[in-house]
Design a protein around this ligand. Sequence first.
Ligand SMILES: [Zn+2]
Length: 142
Amino acid sequence: MSSKKSTQSSATFQRMNYIYQLMNVSMMLKNNTGSLLSSNYGKLLLSIGRKGLSRMEPEIKRTICKGCNVLLIPGETASVRLHKKPASRIVWKCLKCSSIRRYNLRPGYELWAEKDEAVIETVSPSDNKEDKSKDKNSEKKA
Ligand SMILES: [Zn+2]
């Protein structure tokens, strides 16, 4: 049962990875179509993550705007500023919808997802190949 769950989440991660790459490629398009496409792919990416109960890496999640789901590229679709006061932080502002996100830069600050106790299971592509080969072997024996 656990192998079925891990392959399911692996397929979800593959879809999410593909859509994230599409977001990046669509931003290369000229005019406004690139950001519209990127925004639609962003919505799709978030909905797939929600449906598959899969969490995105914080580094990837932070590149997607919370307001309009467009890919945040510094200087192109986002402005990035460092603020020292009142606390050391980095401020990302979307240039499409003007939504603002602030992230801590305090020394020693660690996201919960980066802590050791947050990791329950790690899935690597080689695990899936082993599972498939085991399945084939078990079918041959039966
Ligand atoms: Zn936005």
